[in-house]
Design a protein. Sequence first.
Length: 590
Amino acid sequence: MDIKGALTPLTAWKQLFKKPHTITVPFVKREAAPRYRGFHTNDLEKCVGCGTCATICQNEAIDMVPVEGIEPKKGDSGLRPMIDYGRCCWCALCVDVCPTGSLQMSREYIWIRDNPEDFRFIPGKDHPEFLENPGYQSDPRYSFIDLERVPMKELDPVERVEVKPWAEVILGYTEEEARKEAERCLGCGLCVSACPATMHIPDYIAAIAKGDYEEAVNIFYDTNPLPEMCGKVCTRQCEFVCTVGYKGEPVAIRWLKRFASEQFDDLRDVVKTEKEPPKGKKVAVIGAGPSGLTVGYYLSLKGYEVTIFEAFPKAGGMTMAGIPKYRFPIDSLEKQIKLIESVGVKIIYNHRVTAEEFEKLRKEYDALFIGVGLMDAWNLDVPGDDHPQVISALKMLIDVNLGKKVEIGEKVVVVGGGNVAMDAARVSRRLGAEVIVSYRRRLVDMPADEEEIEEAKAEGVIFETQTIPARIEPLENRKIRYVYWKAKMVDQGPGKRPKPVPIKEEEYYHDVDRVIVAIGQKGEFSFLPPDVAEKIVERGKIKVDPETGMTPIEGVFAGGDAVNRVMDAISAIGDGLRAVKGIDRYLSGR
């Protein structure tokens, strides 16, 4: 007989004489540990509604729901997480993976209600008192997300200026690098809200991650007929709202698009196009830039007969004529144009439309789209700015890209701080000149892409900020003197940039061979009849309906730099997509 086993239960009687371990709930409260996992809290202002918390929850305890007072906007879905505590296991994976750090857990764990539905609420909106007793939050030393992007290799600065001046600077990802970078994507889709072309970014990144590059390219062409161009020179508005970027570096969306597009030498063998039956309607497009090519490609697929009239000898608009070839090689563009022409788009080159022909096109075609870009440049508006050695950056870049001989001398000043100024400065370095960039504000205020500024510096471009041109003086031997003032920055109040004010007591100067002006572009609308221009042009831009892209003249649509204020290629593509829907609705009587 097991005597010990028989007597063991009797030893529990000693607990009768000890103080109870339990507490009377809710009358006596025990303070939780500093990192206790109680009910969730959420900073609604910090949260962007990406839904990563809902995606990772293994118990499906989180739903993303709209919240009154929070509207969807670029980079914010407008949704916020609602927690079902009948399912939650308090594992805190949702907190650990939250890219903005808005979601945390409180130390509140005592809460009694009769209605079980009360235990299903939106943290931050409901029970804000939980925010006053913070508990568990993600450890900044660790992350479920790979916060560092795969670096992009590029040519050495000396090599790209002195040895291979027109070779592409960016060398691209290897397959291993691209797939590794693609795996960093959380798939939240907020990037789509920032893309003017609403590209299906999470979908094509997922295709790249699994190595299906043909699928990725076909996803590109759902909404973008120039994906390789965007993979090289896009302003990547999507990356600025990437949720990975809140704690680390945003996913290299642009470089991934570039990688997948470059895997195929002939896109006609890859992109699956399906054309609708002919509709018997004709559309004329003025300008073969990104907006015009977008209109041509998608309307052709819808069964319309499209003819594009282009003033340059090649298609692409300013992406072809204005962007240096070390950023965007011409063979890359031509590969995309071949696909666009293969679906039936007719492009007539070296054809500048006149005001007389404009009216003829309106009569001969069922609809007309204007996508001419901004082909004129602003001048300095200072004494001497009409000197022949003062040239526009736009004209110089076009001449270089079209293969014309351009002589700029040994030393130049580039006036401006945008991407065009950076292009002009870097091209001038490749033409052998010493280059000084004169910009009226601070370096931090420069509108040019940060990477463009850094690459220009690496190539030897000198930056002189807070400098304002005063006048241009002629010198002997075809030289000119660029006279300028230094500027002080004057605060303009909350939400406004400081204003540069010239200090005119003292002047400075540079003796140079050229002054290259890159302070902005404007529309050139001489091809419009005066009565048409009067109706559709306002403050240097063409007016359009924001939903359809139609101008105040019925049947005439417009898009691109001559319409929008952003003035980049992806926004022009977005304008083109809008016009495609507008023209289709107009011609089909809807």
